[in-house]
Design a protein around this ligand. Structure first.
Ligand SMILES: [Zn+2]
Length: 339
C-alpha cells in the first residue's frame, strides 16, 4: 500500500473523539482573524504561531500559559464562541471523519475574563454551534463540564451544580489542571454529587512524568468514581495501576502529540499507546488541544499507525471502545455510528 492509500484508509475510518478542549480547539485561520481584529500585530502565519501555537515541546510553563491566555482572551463575544464551537465540530468531521464528538469546556476559564457573558449565554452559544454542526453533518456531539483544580471548593461546587442543572447537554464532568499539587481526594464531594445525579465522570490523571502521577489514576477511580481517565499515560510505569485499569475495564483517553508537547513522554516514538493496548487496557486516540497544537485527530491516527506501528484493525478496535465508552446516549449514537 502506498502512502496515499494508507492515508485514505485512515481517513475513511469513522472516528470517535473523546478528549478535546473546546477553548483550545479553534480553527487557526479564525483565531488569527480575531487576533488581528483585537490589535495583535500579526502579518504572517509565523507571527501567529509565535503568539498562539505550541508546536515544539514546551520549554517553560509561563510561555505555554501565555499562549492559552491569548486564546482565551479572544473569546470575548457570544458570536465568537458560537463560531468556535461550530468550527471545532465542522473541522472534526471534515478533516478527520469524526462521527461521535465529545467537547469539554470550563465555564470558569472564559467567565473569569468575560463575566458579562453570563454562564447561561456562554453555554447556550456553545450548544448552538454544536447543534448547527449536527444538523449539517452526520455527527453526534456532547459536552463535558470541566472543573479546574486551581479553583476553590465553593466555585467548583457551583459549576458542578451548573452541570447537573444542564444534564443532557452536559453528559459528564471532568477535573483538570495541576494534578500533582491538587490530588484527587479533596474533590470527592463534587464527584459524589455528579455521580448521584447520573453524570458520567472522566478525570485528568496520570498525565505528567512526575512522582505521584500514576497513583492519581487509582485515586481518581477510588475517590472520584472515574468512568474514564484523561491521559493516564504514566500508567505504563506502574504495574498496580495497569492491573486495575485492565481488571475494571477503565479506558484511557490518550493524546500522543499533546503528551509529547507537554513532555509527559520524551518523544513521540516512545509514546506507550500501543504497549498499553497490548497489555489489555482499553485505549482510545484523541487530540486534546487541536487548535493550539496545530494538529487534527487524523494526525494522531497517522502517528499511531506510522510512528507507533498500530495496524488499521487495532485503530478500529480503539474506535469501537471509544464508541462504547462515549457518554453520548445510545439512541443518539445509533444515528451516526454503525458497528
Ligand atoms: Zn486534556
Amino acid at each position: 500500500m502506498n502512502l496515499d492509500e494508507i492515508n485514505e484508509q485512515l481517513f475513511n475510518l469513522p472516528k470517535v473523539e473523546l478528549h478535546c478542549h473546546l477553548e483550545l480547539a479553534f480553527r487557526p485561520s479564525t483565531m488569527m482573524e480575531w487576533a488581528i481584529e483585537d490589535g495583535f500585530k500579526i502579518k504572517t502565519k509565523e507571527d501567529f504561531a509565535r503568539e498562539f501555537l505550541i508546536l515544539e515541546p514546551m520549554a517553560d510553563l509561563p510561555t505555554v500559559l501565555n499562549k492559552f491566555l491569548h486564546t482565551r482572551d479572544r473569546l470575548s463575544s457570544l458570536e465568537r464562541i458560537e463560531r468556535l464551537a461550530f468550527e471545532a465540530c465542522e473541522d472534526m468531521y471534515l478533516k478527520s471523519n469524526v462521527r461521535l464528538l465529545e467537547l469539554r469546556y470550563a465555564p470558569s476559564f472564559t467567565l473569569d475574563v468575560f463575566p458579562y457573558l453570563g454562564a447561561e449565554n456562554l453555554h447556550g452559544a456553545i450548544m448552538k454551534g454544536c447543534v448547527r454542526a449536527e444538523t449539517m453533518y452526520p455527527m453526534a456531539v456532547g459536552l463535558i463540564c470541566l472543573l479546574q483544580r486551581i479553583k476553590s471548593h465553593k466555585e467548583n461546587m457551583y459549576w458542578c451544580d451548573f452541570a447537573i442543572e444542564h444534564k443532557g447537554e452536559f453528559l459528564a464532568v471532568d477535573l483538570a489542571d495541576n494534578e500533582v499539587d491538587y490530588p484527587p481526594k479533596q474533590f470527592a464531594p463534587m464527584f459524589d454529587k455528579a455521580k448521584a445525579a447520573g453524570l458520567g465522570i472522566t478525570i485528568h490523571a496520570g498525565e505528567p512524568a512526575l512522582p505521584g502521577s500514576p497513583n492519581n489514576i487509582l485515586a481518581s477511580i477510588d475517590y472520584l468514581h472515574a468512568d474514564r481517565i484523561g491521559h493516564g499515560v504514566q500508567a505504563i510505569h506502574d504495574e498496580k495501576v495497569i492491573r486495575r485499569l485492565v481488571d475494571e475495564k477503565i479506558p484511557l483517553e490518550l493524546c500522543p502529540t499533546s503528551n509529547w508537547l507537554t513532555q509527559a513522554v520524551p518523544d513521540l516514538a516512545s509514546h506507550p499507546l500501543k504497549q498499553l493496548m497490548d497489555l489489555g487496557i482499553k485505549t482510545t486516540v484523541n487530540s486534546d488541544d487541536p487548535g493550539v497544537m496545530g494538529i487534527t485527530l487524523m494526525d494522531e491516527y497517522q502517528i499511531a499507525h506510522k510512528t507507533l506501528g498500530m495496524s488499521l484493525d487495532e485503530l478500529k478496535r480503539c474506535n469501537a471502545w471509544a464508541a462504547e465508552v462515549s457518554f453520548i446516549p445510545q439512541k443518539k449514537k445509533d444515528h451516526v455510528w454503525k458497528e
